[in-house]
Design a protein around this ligand. Structure first.
Ligand code: DC
Length: 206
């Protein structure tokens, strides 16, 4: 597919969006942008002492390649800077132009189908119960040698969900025309297959 085609994938923390988005992008030959990384990179700069808006305006490609963006501390900082409307605006143009690139794009985040790309050709909302999401994130962190406990991971996920859903600007919510996929009782293969069915039904092809 050489003309633009945007796949918007939103959902709460650790619902499987990242894995599903990567797989869908790979199967379609589309580019993929994990928009959470933008907020994490801003959060990391703020933890290092910068002002949130200055940090958002100064982001570079190298910021997104830092290997310390996947910690719970950076995730919390990301969720906090994501409440600030000016920070969200500063990151908007980059996301929109990525979405309309030739050859198709998959973007995953919280507000892609609602605010960044309301005209996206295909929209998914990927979710799962808080307990299932926390357990998956816990196993992921434990495999990397992180000693965070299950209870800490559940508290982090629940707190971020609440902040992401309750903020005034671009809160986490499913677009009215999104296909909702609840992955609580699904294997990752089944979740990817469900996402591919939904996206190809909207006309996406390689
Ligand atoms: O997807 P993630 O867990 O890496 O995102 C980290 C935080 O960034 C999340 O808690 C809220 C914020 N975020 C956002 O507000 N909008 C997006 N499109 C993506 C992430």
């Amino acid at each position: 597919m050489s003309e633009p085609f945007t796949v918007a994938i939103d959902g709460p923390a650790a619902a499987g969006k990242g894995t599903i988005s990567k797989a869908v992008a790979e199967q379609l030959g589309f580019a993929h942008l994990d928009t959470g990384l933008l907020y994490r990179a801003v959060g990391a700069r703020v933890l290092a002492g910068e002002e949130p808006l200055t940090a958002a305006q100064a982001l570079t490609r190298e910021d997104l390649e830092r290997d310390d963006l996947r910690t719970a501390e950076v995730a919390q900082a990301a969720s906090k800077v994501a409440v600030i409307a000016e920070v969200r605006s500063a990151l908007m143009e980059f996301q929109r132009s990525f979405a309309r690139r030739a050859g198709g794009a998959v973007l995953d985040g919280r507000d892609i189908g609602t605010v960044i790309c309301p005209q996206a050709e295909a929209k998914l909302f990927v979710t799962a119960s808080a307990e299932v999401r926390a357990e998956r994130r816990y196993l992921e962190l434990a495999a990397k040698g992180d000693r965070t406990t299950r209870a800490e991971v559940l508290a982090d996920v629940t707190e971020r969900d609440r902040r992401d859903r309750e903020r005034a600007t671009a809160p986490l919510e499913a677009a009215g025309d999104a296909v909702v996929i609840d992955t609580s009782d699904m294997s990752i293969e089944d979740a990817i297959a469900a996402a591919m069915r939904a996206v190809t039904a909207k006309g996406a092809r390689r």
